[in-house]
Design a protein around this ligand. Sequence first.
Ligand code: CTP
Length: 423
Amino acid sequence: MRVLLGVTGGIAAYKAALVLRLLKEDGHDVRVIPTAASLNFVGRATWEALSGHPAPTDTFEDVPSVQHVRLGQRADAVVVAPVTADFLAQMAAGRATDLLGNALLATEAPVLVCPAMHTEMWNDPSVVANVETLRSRGVTVLEPAVGRLTGPDSGPGRLPDPEVIVAALYDTVGAGSSGTSLGGAIGGANGDNRATNGSWGDLEGAHVLISAGGTREPIDAVRYLGNRSSGHQGLALAEAARERGATVTVVAANVTLPLGEGIERVDVETAAELAEAVRSRAATADIVIMAAAVADYRVAEVASTKLKKEGESGLTLELVQTEDILAGLAASKRPGQVVVGFAAETGDAAGTVLEHGAAKARRKGADLLVVNEVGESKGFGTPDNTVTMLDAAGEPVAQASGTKLAVAHAVLDGIGRLQDTAS
Ligand code: CTP
């Protein structure tokens, strides 16, 4: 699981390095946010070397990746050890003074805090009240150990041993989690404390190519055949891949929405333009995701001027099939490359949404087909999405539901599992 370790400014900060070590040994991917004060006790280099990730302190570091929200949102569990009396007060007040404060407000993951301070401070009515407030909000506050404190004094206030903190974290997560994949394949706290997947920067160094939006096939100088795809899901995938460290290119078919900073954008209109844009870039991509709604037919002969209404009779347009870009990409993919398709389906007399999806998965040959039901108020233009991921044989491998960004991360998790199995 992805663990966010917050370290605040107390002498016991050195013990957090051992907490980090134990979590890493258990296979978890840990990101550390030290507060500025804590760097007086343990330097940033220690956190970066032990975690293998940058250890930012300030809200204004790496702004394009919006990490003040991302680190909290992506965490499966948060532990703050040690937590000072001052930081407890900040948390109880809900203040976002620094990056750690922001991350704690942005997270929905279980939170464990491990106070360490002198006994008098721990017993001070303000600290007692803050602890009560945090507990009433569902934060787990670990009781400090009793023993020798920084000076000659001793009593309650010591940071418990790293093993105790890690065990308390597993208890905290175990009490408030649920898996989302089929067959228990998804990581997180499902009784087993070892990580199975889901890392913070798992796409660092990867090039992800995503098609988004919906193509338009011209009929004449002013009209076209189009579809209702807004491009939201494709853009959410781009955002999620960027958050996870990938270099991202979006081939955007008639998308009016802006793209996040640092994402390359190639605008296209027709299926043929989209095919050309994707094919020419697919050779260097590690992951290709066809989230665009591509027209299956184009008009055989496009009129160069505006067609005029003639007489009383109707108009027959001759349509010819466009090429199946996804099937072509899947057939020509290079070793290690992952090709993903999307299928917006409606159930009918011939089969359910999943039955149609399974047949399509086998027909297209993509490594993963993300199937969602569309129709009135489902799929197109709605903020949320519910999908089932099928493998190339049409077997369901995972499900996801939630905002389009959450679904995007679940799809990237699904891709990660495919890559883990392949390697
Ligand atoms: N797709 C594609 N090229 C096409 C049509 C679709 O690459 N000419 C891709 C889409 O981007 C999507 C997947 O194939 O990833 C499924 O799209 P869909 O329109 O559901 O598939 P079709 O083959 O067109 O099937 P249907 O007969 O249901 O329309």
